[in-house]
Ligand binder design. Structure first.
Ligand code: DAH
Length: 347
């Protein structure tokens, strides 16, 4: 009789577990609370497991019924748990959407407009112009042999003209090129005429640094070789170049000496700051020198193995930094190379 009562109690208890679980799980306010409650009823150490742990004290038939009843209830509790879990997840998602609304009144982050370094901007302009005129961009090494920097350009070792370039000499006998004219000498050997090339790049000179002199600067060499190239071609193309690049209205050519050209010239533009009246930029002359140039010297052709009686050419070397200074009205070259954002952001 006693055993029988215990057995009935346990069956009632199982029924009560289901009732309580149904009530409490459905009342859980969030996923955390739901999980904790589920464990109390159907977890590894929960109330149902507790009953099954003591199942050995019952008769065979009772064991079978308690066992199957417990399993049945466990499945039902799991079902209730799953449903409530989905409900709570739904509620949470809706809440998240409502609380995460985009606030259109928050000011955006300021993104600074990127811009090119003035030297790059001018370089791109120059390349645009000369490409349009049929020139191809080429390059050469910055560390040169004396041959390409001087000898092949008609400046032999003991010639006083070498003094025109204040040269750094490396211990191994090579030199950081003093001008991009070295590329001129290389290209004439490499290519067979006709050709038109420009070669922008860095050059180095043993200079005391001041507002208008740097030990490293940018230059661009130009070379046009063909059978019938004339001085008038040089004049036409370079006049157009300074019009395009600097808005120069009036220009002049002056005779000048460079060992690798004959005749040699300097192209001046009417001062774009004072219009020719005289100012500090043009040093009161009314003119600004911008492009040294000339007709390729026959000796330079001979060094490169090109027959000067068959081919002619013109060459020029533009000081890039000078063009940048004129274009942006900068009075100190050093400003271009210091990477100072206060300065660069003004361009
Ligand atoms: N290489 C010369 C210099 O750095 C500039 C120059 C002058 C280049 C006349 C030329 C030229 O191609 O024809 O001073």
């Amino acid at each position: 009789m006693m055993e029988n009562k215990q057995y009935i109690d346990v069956l009632n208890k199982i029924g009560k577990i289901l009732e309580d679980a149904d009530d409490l799980l459905n009342k859980s306010k969030d996923l955390n609370e739901l999980d904790i409650r589920f464990k109390v009823f159907a977890g590894k150490k929960g109330q149902l497991t507790e009953i099954l742990r003591k199942i050995h004290s019952y008769a065979e038939e009772e064991k079978r019924i308690i066992g199957s009843k417990s399993n049945e209830i466990k499945k039902k509790i799991e079902e209730i748990y799953k449903n409530r879990r989905n409900e709570l997840a739904d509620i949470k998602q809706k809440k998240d959407i409502n609380t995460c609304r985009v606030d259109l009144t928050i000011p955006g982050n300021y993104i600074e407009k990127p811009h090119k370094h003035p030297i790059t901007a001018v370089l791109e302009d120059v390349v645009d112009f000369f490409s349009y005129m049929g020139f191809e961009v080429v390059s050469g090494p910055e560390i040169e042999t004396a041959h390409y920097n001087f000898d092949a350009l008609n400046i032999p070792a003991d010639h006083p003209a070498r003094d025109m370039w204040d040269t750094f000499y490396l211990l191994n006998g090579l030199i950081p090129r003093t001008h991009t004219s070295s590329v001129q000498a290389r290209i004439m050997e490499e290519k067979s005429p006709p050709f038109r090339v420009i070669a922008p790049g860095r050059c180095y000179r043993y200079e005391a640094v001041d507002a208008t002199h740097l030990f490293m600067f940018n230059q661009m060499e130009g070379l046009f070789v063909d059978k019938h190239v004339r001085l008038t071609d040089l004049k036409g193309i370079l006049e157009e170049a300074v019009r395009y690049l600097l808005g120069a209205k009036k220009i002049r050519f002056r005779p000048a000496f460079y060992p690798f050209v004959e005749p040699g010239l300097d192209l001046d533009i009417r001062c774009i700051f004072c219009g020719g009246k005289g100012c500090s930029v043009c040093k009161d002359t009314g003119w600004i020198e911008v492009i040294p140039c000339g007709m390729v010297h026959p000796n330079v052709f001979k060094y490169a193995g090109i027959d000067p009686s068959e081919y002619r050419g013109f060459a020029f070397g533009m000081g890039f930094d000078r063009i940048v200074m004129l274009k942006y009205n900068i009075n100190d070259l050093r400003l271009l190379y210091q990477g100072n954002l206060d300065v660069l952001n003004q361009f």
